[in-house]
Design a protein around this ligand. Structure first.
Ligand SMILES: Cc1cc2nc3c(=O)[nH]c(=O)nc-3n(C[C@H](O)[C@H](O)[C@H](O)COP(=O)(O)OP(=O)(O)OC[C@H]3O[C@@H](n4cnc5c(N)ncnc54)[C@H](O)[C@@H]3O)c2cc1C
Length: 491
């Protein structure tokens, strides 16, 4: 008899786990509470505009490609991934612009344009970043978390015994300060800590692995939008006979004698020997098991949450010639911004703004003469709205006008937004947090939830809030890792 495996949620992690396990011959069922798959990766298609609602940038595309290969599919038959020549354009408060070219020669020239000798500083920095990647990727990204057999590999032992080589005892900011004379570059590289919702002024410099991934492997977009990946994964999951139930909210994971028995949906019981939760970690513990007294849950739910976001989706009647597909408008005082986000738990009064305009490359994403602006600022994870969205909107518009000279006040013809509480409602991320626990302590990486429960038999985890971490590639890897553990345990 085939083993029955239930997956709760259809984010990148859940879909990846389903595809890996179905390709191995298991009977897999996904229950997704929303009417569409994808979780944080969503889509708005209205009035001639199309927006990705969550992730907009694809990194480490080889991870996604490998997922298609698992079921013997060719990614090119489903989606078209394009490399970005300019990954991001940065706007600083002193009027400086910086283009993050993927091409290394152009990039080095760009560094020199902003600050003489900074290209040499960058080369030193990226070699250091590569060293962290080389020392940690196998141990922390591609494998189950610190399993004895992995630790005993020579390379892992070297990493653990010479832990200071992965720079966990300085903060991201302190390390970057040591590399770059020009404070603008310190701010630019500090920002990568926000890729998993952390605070660069507190998080360990080990997170300086992230710039290596983006500068070395590049940044990518998908023809037709990131959501085309979700469509493609749904298709291949179905070809592998994964059963997918949408609009099916799992109310409870049923546990008896510390062993999973099944789940409850609308009071109906579905039996399963294996349950993989792709829901937010805190949500899994708090709502699904309801057993927060168990020692494992206690260890995790006390951790500080990663950031949330406020996102505006604006259809605008403009052709912004001085903007790229991705643009960052930095705040003047970065430390204050993170103090407000994490300590005061308020929306920063001068937030860094990310403007993503997919219609720059995906021309069908907006009518001719219009653009689709996805405008995101970091926000604290909060259980009660403590800001006025109209006031934030005005602040954001004023800042865009000041830094880009584009006045949108009379040009917005379509409008939607998301707040932390709306994100919580849609994705189940506690208080709208995007990546579960933050990485703000030097030992945070060691406190990441493993992919298998050590307390409840048959309970597993995948997705961006557990090992190995958040973002599209890591969520996909979590699905791969959990499938390997499940397969090993069942055999
Ligand atoms: C605004 C924003 C911008 C981002 N930008 C980027 C980016 O540019 N690049 C990048 O790589 N990453 C980015 N990310 C992060 C990335 O989107 C996530 O890390 C990734 O999509 C998370 O996938 P996941 O597997 O954790 O599942 P999630 O997306 O968290 O999905 C979990 C699913 O489980 C479902 N679920 C939860 N509870 C239940 C239940 N009880 N019953 C049934 N179903 C349930 C939810 O409805 C949801 O569909 C961004 C995220 C956001 C929100």
């Amino acid at each position: 008899m085939k083993n029955k495996i239930i997956i709760i949620g259809s984010g990148f992690g859940g879909l990846s786990a389903a595809i890996h396990l179905a390709a191995k011959g298991y009977e897999v069922t996904i229950f997704e509470k929303n009417s569409k798959l994808g979780g944080k990766a969503g889509e708005i298609v209205e009035q001639g505009f199309r927006f990705d609602t969550g992730p907009t940038l694809l990194t480490m595309p080889f991870v996604l490609e490998n997922l298609f290969n698992v079921g013997n599919f060719n990614i090119n038959d489903f989606i078209s991934i394009k490399s970005k020549d300019i990954v991001t354009k940065y706007f600083f408060n002193d009027g400086t612009n910086f283009y993050q070219y993927f091409n290394r020669d152009r990039l080095l020239l760009e560094f020199e344009k902003v600050c003489p000798n900074s290209s040499a500083e960058f080369i030193k920095f990226i070699n250091y970043s590569k060293k962290i990647y080389d020392l940690t990727a196998e141990l922390f990204l591609f494998q189950p978390f610190l399993e004895i057999k992995n630790i005993l590999q020579l390379k892992s032992l070297k990493t653990l015994f010479k832990i200071n080589r992965i720079d966990p005892f300085r903060t991201v900011h302190n390390a970057n300060n040591g590399f770059f004379k020009d404070k603008k570059f310190v701010q630019l590289f500090d920002r990568f800590a926000t890729y998993n919702g952390s605070n660069p002024f507190k998080a360990p410099a080990t997170l300086n692995i992230i710039p290596f991934v983006e500068f070395e492997f590049g940044g990518y977009f998908v023809e037709g939008g990131i959501y085309r990946i979700i469509n493609a994964l749904e298709k291949i999951a179905q070809k592998l006979e994964v059963k997918i139930y949408k609009s099916s909210n799992v109310e409870k994971i049923l546990v008896k004698n510390q062993k999973v028995e099944g789940i409850l949906i609308d009071g109906e019981k579905f039996d399963a020997q294996i349950i993989i939760s792709n829901s937010d970690l805190f949500n899994t513990y708090k709502l699904l098991i309801g057993d927060v007294k168990n020692s494992e849950a206690n260890k995790y739910i006390k951790q500080e949450l990663s950031t949330s976001a406020i996102i505006f989706y604006w259809g605008v009647s403009t052709n912004s010639e001085n903007l790229e597909m991705d643009n960052i408008l930095f705040s003047e005082d970065y430390q204050k911004e993170f103090h407000q986000l994490f300590d005061q738990k308020v929306v920063p009064n001068d937030p860094t703004i990310h403007i993503h305009i997919s219609s720059k490359k995906n021309f069908l994403d907006a009518p001719k003469g219009f653009e689709n602006w996805y405008v995101m600022i970091n926000a604290p994870s909060i259980n009660k709205q403590n800001f006025d969205i109209e006031e934030i909107r005005e602040r954001v518009l004023q800042k865009i006008k000041k830094m880009t000279k584009i006045d949108l006040s009379n040009k917005i013809v379509f409008e939607k937004f998301k707040t932390p509480l709306m994100l919580e409602e849609e994705t189940s991320g506690l208080y709208g947090s995007l990546y579960g626990p933050s990485h703000n302590r030097f030992y945070s990486a060691f406190l990441r939830q493993r992919n298998k429960s050590s307390v409840i038999d048959g309970l597993y985890f995948c997705g961006g809030t557990v090992h190995p971490g958040g973002g599209i590639p890591l969520a996909i890897l979590s699905g791969k890792i959990v499938s390997e553990i499940v397969d090993k345990n069942l055999r």
